[in-house]
Structures are given as C-alpha cells and as structure tokens.
Design a protein around this ligand. Structure first.
Ligand code: MN
Length: 425
C-alpha cells in the first residue's frame, strides 16, 4: 500500500482522475485513424496502447510465446493467462509510466505512438463474454424487494442467508457503456385486470451493480474452492442490469427473471484489477447464520468502492445524483459467489461475467434501483426543474460511476451510461 502511494507518473494526473498510475485498468479501444480494436490501459486523460508497447518488445520477458496478445479485439487470451501474467504486465506498465523511468518519458516518438488522448479513443467491449450470471447479493435490496412483493413477514426467502442466490443471464445482450437502450415490449398483467396485455414496458428500471470477469476458468466437474476463488478473478466493472418491472412481476414465478432482464445489460469499458483495489479492502460483513463450510473463507473480496447513480431527463442540462451506495454493503462477496457457482462442477470460462445484483445500502438515498428509490412508484423522485420520476421515461439518461478514495488519489472505474429510446413501433 505504501509502495502504491509513492508511485508517481511523468504524465500529470489530477486528484479526481479515476486513472492514476496506481490503477492501470485494462480495456479495448480503437480510434478513427486506426479502427482495429486493440488492448489498452489508462493514465490520467490518456489511453495507453498496449499493442504498440508489445510490438516494441516491452512485455516479451513476461509473455515470451504470446505474440500479439494485445493486438486482439478482446482481452480473453491475456485474461486466460491468470494472475501472475496480469500482475507482471500491470507492474511493467506502472514502471514504464513512473517519473523516474526514462524509457517512455524521454522517447517522444514512442510516446506519441502509444499515448492517445482519451477523447480520441472509442472504447470497445473488453471481453468476448460467453456466459453471464447475475447474483442477488445485497441483503438490503433483497429485503426491500421482498417487502414490496411478499410483505414484511416473508421478505427474505428462507434460502437467502444460506446461499448467494443468482440466475443465469443472457451474454448476447451485454452492451458497452453508451449503447442506447430501446424500451422493450412484453406481456404484463395489472393487478385488477383479468387477462394479461402486450405493449411497451411502463416500469423500466436500472439496477446499480458491479461485475467481475473470469480470468482463468475451471474444468467441468472441478469446483473452485473458496480459498482459490480469487485466483480466477481477472477484474471488476460497473454494471447496469436494466429491468422491466411489470414484465418481471408477471413472469418471475416459478423460475425467476427471463424477458424482464434479457434485452440489455450495460457494462463500463475499463476492467479494474484486484491488485488496484487491494488497498481498499473493507471489513468482512458479519454473516449470521454462519454459512456452510464451502462458503467460509480465510480471505474475502469486499472493498470500499463508492458508487453513484445520476439521471438526466431530456429537459435537464446536467445529471443529478439520485443514489449513493457502496460495494462493501454486499452480504455475499465475490469469492463466495464464485465458489457457489462452481460447487456443482459447473465450469466458468475466461471472459464469463458474474454480476453482484443490485447494491442497496441501509438508507433510502443509497438504494440501487428506482423500484426501491420510489418504493414501487408510490414516492416519486423529485428532480431539479420540477419533474418527477417513478420509472424511466423515453429520453432519460442514466449514469453509474464508482471509485475508491485514496490518500490524494482515486482508483476509479470510469462510468457506464445509457439512454432510453422509445419502443419499436
Ligand atoms: Mn440484477
């Protein structure tokens, strides 16, 4: 941690930047001048082209027989190499960018080639996602939703405190930040209606989540123990699990979410590594009752990550913050999620995405969905300019951001945004 703090780059980085030399996230980008997607990292207001560095032999001692691994359009092959490869490459990038290393600092032509102003970078999907799973790991969120749908007495289902509940989601509709979201149509049934009807969802919602990518996978039939779970986690992103609440309410019994969730899930473009988050480990949440042994760990992966949701309607000029939550509120941590997911022998593969579930905190202003923030629409949000919102309307734009607050620096995730477009006629 102390070593991290003294690191300083020759590139000026503001205190509020999400991307100081202590972060070094991984992503995929292209530019108008070079439309080939390739691997990158971020430093301050620049994107660092890893394919250029690779061609200059920078990583050859760590990746001897992995030629052009950073020229590929997804990070999967790099992710599959595991923790040590990621660590070595990340440390090498930190060293290259540090103020006392002349290699890049004093080589103007190489600098011009590999450092691209972020405004000129078009971020792309970082990984080829084979499978996507969404957990339901916030006790506050599960309790709030339970109260609304089943009443206070039966808020948490009997299994909830014993296992990290999840559903298998849809990888094909995971989209990158900025992708516009078309309001889905579906079947719904009003409480007082005799029969269901069909049309655009009226209760379109967001879900404030984070997710993690699988680096090295596991073989079918070979569960990952909780104590080795961390070795399989490549890094984290922000996730918005768009949800159609009216469709969800009519369809979810008995098998859980289906069309209410499968139209879009948005992720942020930068993958932040466990090493960057390490100085921000927070206390492990006390779990009562104690989970079964396969879910008990020596280690844990809870971090103090501040999360913020903002909304901008078509009439508003600026985004306004509507929720402030924190990753550390989660009851089940990523190691427990991963161990549980694979305990049957289910194989996770490089590039699989596992999301946290909506992250709500204890107070109303920390709730991670409009369902909870407006208490199912009964208590609308009042927005600057006088508008109100129960759920998202066409033209609304949503933004989720997240960061860890260090001593004079931030380890950030950037943001994930999405604008709602009207249903297809
Ligand atoms: Mn969700």
């Amino acid at each position: 941690m102390t070593k991290n703090k003294v690191l300083k780059s020759f590139i000026p980085v503001s205190k509020e930047s999400h991307f100081p030399v202590q972060n070094i996230p991984f992503g995929i980008f292209k530019t108008e001048a070079n439309e080939k997607p390739r691997a990158c990292s971020a430093i301050g207001d620049f994107v660092l082209d890893l394919s250029v560095l690779e061609m200059n032999g920078v990583f050859s001692k760590f990746l001897p027989d992995k030629k052009n691994i950073f020229s590929e359009m997804y990070l999967n092959r790099f992710m599959s190499l595991g923790k040590d490869a990621r660590n070595n490459v990340r440390r090498e990038i930190q060293s290259l960018l540090s103020e006392d290393n002349p290699f890049l600092r004093d080589n103007e032509s190489l600098r011009n080639e590999c450092l691209i102003p972020s405004v000129n970078a078009i971020m792309c999907m970082p990984a080829d996602i084979g499978d996507y799973t969404d957990f339901y790991s916030s006790k506050e969120h599960a309790t709030n939703v339970g109260i609304m749908f089943r009443g206070k007495e039966n808020a948490l289902m009997p299994n909830w405190l014993h296992l990290p509940v999840a559903y298998h989601g849809r990888a094909s509709s995971v989209v990158l930040s900025g992708h516009e979201i078309v309001r889905p149509k579906g079947q719904t049934k009003d409480d007082d209606a005799e029969l269901p009807s069909f049309g655009p969802t009226k209760l379109l919602d967001f879900e404030l989540e984070t997710g993690f990518f699988i680096g090295q996978g596991n073989n079918l039939g070979e569960p990952v123990s909780i104590d080795s779970a961390e070795d399989h986690i490549f890094g984290m992103v922000l996730v918005n699990d768009w949800s159609a609440r009216d469709i969800q309410k009519w369809e979810y019994v008995p098998l859980g979410p289906f069309l209410a969730k499968n139209f879009a899930t948005s992720i942020s473009p930068w993958i932040v590594t466990p090493e960057a988050l390490e100085p921000f480990k927070s206390e492990k949440v006390k779990q009562v009752p104690e989970p079964l042994p396969y879910l008990q760990s020596r280690n844990h992966m809870s971090y103090d990550i501040k999360l913020e949701v903002s909304l901008r309607t078509e009439k508003m000029k600026e985004f306004t913050v509507i929720s402030k939550s924190n990753f550390r509120y989660l009851y089940w941590d990523m190691c427990q999620q991963l161990a549980h997911h694979t305990v049957t022998g289910c194989n996770l593969r490089t590039g699989d995405l596992l999301a946290s579930g909506t992250i709500s905190g204890p107070d109303r202003d920390s709730y991670g969905s409009l369902l909870e923030l407006t208490w199912r629409g009964s208590n609308p949000l009042k927005l600057p300019g006088g508008e109100e919102r129960k759920f998202l309307l066409d033209g609304d734009e949503l933004k989720i951001t997240g960061w860890c607050e260090g001593d004079g620096y931030r380890i950030g995730f950037g943001e994930v945004t999405g604008k709602i477009l009207p249903s297809i006629k």
